[in-house]
Design a protein around this ligand. Structure first.
Ligand SMILES: Nc1nc2c(ncn2[C@@H]2O[C@H](COP(=O)(O)OP(=O)(O)OP(=O)(O)O)[C@@H](O)[C@H]2O)c(=O)[nH]1
Ligand SMILES: [Mg+2]
Ligand SMILES: [Zn+2]
Length: 318
């Protein structure tokens, strides 16, 4: 029987079968390949074939269909290993907050470039509007403009308020719903930014668990512990994921990274060297574009930081 993986704990999975049944399944030994770089051979969103192993109604995954796409990061626990966040998705919604907790542009850029590499369109959702003071609003305007000018779509919401008072700021929630309709969306972001709260506002009967951010660290409590796919009654589905502390990029050659910066891609074929890393090379069109103000200071300095870090890691992976 065929189905889609809707929940993954690492040791067992839930598969929604074609007939609508939710099956609790295990993985056959053959998939636990030692030589794979993946920490999780099966991810939420994977299309699989399952069969019943015995009379006890226990199910196993026999086959995984080839993925249309997926999004990965380097495993925070096992250096050099990949963690697949989700597979077969139409878009990613990156939830960010300017405070409580703070999301940096470095984090945003790491996520965006990976999504770009796997051809996954991303919308940036700025949550917790109600908590922003004047300074926070200015910061948000500055950050959102950077991404809008490159071509990324942005949305501004207060998930918590929308949860309790649908009338007040519901316009933006309607915008989020319209984005999600009839698509499979991955919801990503730091712990505590309000991913699960936003899902609850979009689809009230979900009742996903949410938790206050720590008063001591100002960070989220990693409340959602497993990725899980939920269906939307207005069409489509969402994959709520555990908060990501760091988004470690993987899988590319260092000289490829700039190809996933939308605004760099337009100029990089004009660099003097075709393997230009846009660091200190002469005749670099990317650096020129930055100096001409066509690439933002934030994006370029994040790029240089990412490159520095990535080159170091890449040496070990090769
Ligand atoms: N003031 C305010 N609080 C919010 C808003 N959205 C979410 N919160 C609160 O932020 C806290 C964290 O929300 P969650 O939805 O659990 O965050 P999460 O991103 O799912 O976190 P993890 O599951 O740990 O990754 C909760 O106390 C929410 O009530 C908002 O728009 N405004
Ligand atoms: Mg959550
Ligand atoms: Zn260059």
């Amino acid at each position: 029987m065929k189905g889609v993986v809707v929940k993954s704990t690492g040791s067992w999975y839930e598969v929604k079968a074609e007939n609508g049944d939710i099956l609790k399944v295990r993985l056959k030994g053959i998939f636990r390949l030692e030589e794979t770089k993946d920490t999780n051979p099966i991810a939420v969103g994977d299309r699989v074939s399952v069969s019943s192993e015995d009379a006890n109604n226990s199910w196993v995954i026999d086959e995984i269909e080839e993925r249309e796409n997926y999004i990965v990061r380097s495993s925070p626990k096992h250096k050099g290993a990949r963690q697949i966040l989700a597979a077969n998705i139409d878009q990613a919604l990156l939830i960010v907050t300017m405070g409580n907790p703070r999301t940096s542009t470095g984090f945003i850029d790491r996520f965006l470039l990976t999504a770009e590499a796997y051809h996954i369109p991303t919308v940036i959702i700025f949550n917790k509007q109600d908590l922003l003071d004047e300074k926070g609003k200015k910061k948000q305007e500055f950050v959102s403009k950077i991404y809008e000018s490159i071509g990324y779509k942005t949305v501004f919401v207060s998930a918590l308020r929308q949860l309790s008072d649908a009338s007040k700021t519901s316009d933006n929630l309607a915008q989020v719903k319209a984005l999600m309709k009839n698509k499979t969306s991955l919801i990503a972001g730091h712990s505590g930014v309000g991913k699960s709260t936003l899902m609850n506002a979009v689809q009230p009967h979900l009742h996903l668990r949410t938790e206050k951010i720590s008063r001591i660290t100002g960070k989220g409590m990693h409340t959602t512990t497993f990725a899980e796919m939920h269906e939307l009654d207005f069409g489509g589905s969402v994959i709520d994921t555990p908060g990501i502390r760091e988004f470690g990029i993987m899988d590319f050659k260092p000289e490829e990274i700039s190809h996933y910066y939308m605004e760099m891609r337009e100029v990089l074929n004009k660099c003097k060297f075709n393997n230009c890393l846009h660091e200190h090379e002469p005749g670099c069109a990317v650096k020129q574009a930055y100096q001409d103000g066509k690439i933002s200071e934030e994006r370029f300095s994040n790029y240089l930081n990412i490159m520095l870090e990535y080159k170091g890691n890449y040496k070990h992976w090769e």
